[in-house]
Design a protein around this ligand. Structure first.
Ligand SMILES: C[S@@+](CC[C@H](N)C(=O)[O-])C[C@H]1O[C@@H](n2cnc3c(N)ncnc32)[C@H](O)[C@@H]1O
Length: 244
């Protein structure tokens, strides 16, 4: 018998607790201060777009990088959606990708745009894509053969699909799609990719083994992997050790 379910629920309760505490403390801040600022490194110019099509928990943000411009729907900083926790429990997945875009995704976007040669004519897979800035910006460069955005959280995948469709006119010859891909459940004989990218996906050490195995299984021979992760108390180092 494993203690994994306990660890999952402990992690999820931790996220719920942090969200509630952050909401309480942000009530004292003025409205211009965000919980986790989008564009934390200032690498990608961002602008919140207010339109009538967005519900009370989401807004649209324009991300502009060099000549790449994409519009993404994402959660407002003060949104709190109980359904997120229900889906987390049902699918045994955290909701960190639902609640915001993390700084590592912005850094990954910068990397992809500045190193476009890596992706030319390649089949690219983004793991744990959240709202999908890096993958969608890459698709909008129109140089890759295919960009597939994945996440283990079905709510993220709905948002990824919607964000892909929202920017559909920009992909040129690059094919795109979004799909659920849980690192614990990779089917044998899955499609292989030339390049795998991921941002901030090593924070839960319980998933390190599954993530490493997924990469091993999904990477084509001579393929390349680019992961940008904050250290988060040594989690990157622990992940690196488990890949040896
Ligand atoms: C910290 S978020 C990063 C999201 C996005 N890359 C960003 O930086 O904004 C981690 C992402 O990994 C996904 N994830 C966590 N565990 C996973 C698993 N076992 N299988 C697939 N995706 C997972 C989460 O749903 C989430 O979207």
């Amino acid at each position: 018998m494993t203690d994994k379910p306990k660890k999952f629920s402990k992690a999820r309760w931790g996220i719920l607790r942090d969200t509630l505490l952050e909401q309480r403390s942000s009530a004292h801040k003025h409205s211009g201060v965000t919980r986790r600022p989008t564009g934390a490194f200032g690498l990608v110019k961002t602008e919140v777009v207010v339109t009538s099509e967005v519900d009370k928990n989401s807004h649209l943000i324009d991300y502009v990088y060099d000549n790449i411009e994409v519009r993404l729907r994402q959660r407002k900083d003060d949104a709190f959606v109980l359904d997120d926790f229900k889906i987390s429990n049902e699918h045994k997945i955290d909701n960190t990708g639902v609640i915001c875009l993390w700084p590592a995704e912005e850094a990954l976007t910068h990397f992809c745009v500045k190193n476009s040669h890596i992706f030319r004519d390649k089949r690219v897979l983004e793991l744990g894509a959240g709202v999908g800035l890096a993958g969608i910006a890459l698709a909008a460069m129109g140089i890759a053969k295919e960009v597939v955005l994945t996440d283990g959280n079905p709510t993220c995948v709905d948002v990824l699909q919607e964000n892909l469709e929202r920017n559909n006119a920009k992909y040129g010859r690059t094919m795109t799609r979004a799909e659920v891909l849980h690192w614990d459940r990779i089917a044998t004989g899955s499609t292989k990719y030339d390049v795998i990218i991921a941002a901030d996906c090593t924070f839960f050490k319980d998933f390190h083994g599954a993530l490493a195995r997924s990469i091993h299984q999904l990477l084509a021979p001579r393929g390349e992997v680019y992961m940008l992760n904050p250290s988060r108390s040594g989690s990157v180092e622990r992940f690196t050790r488990c890949t040896n």
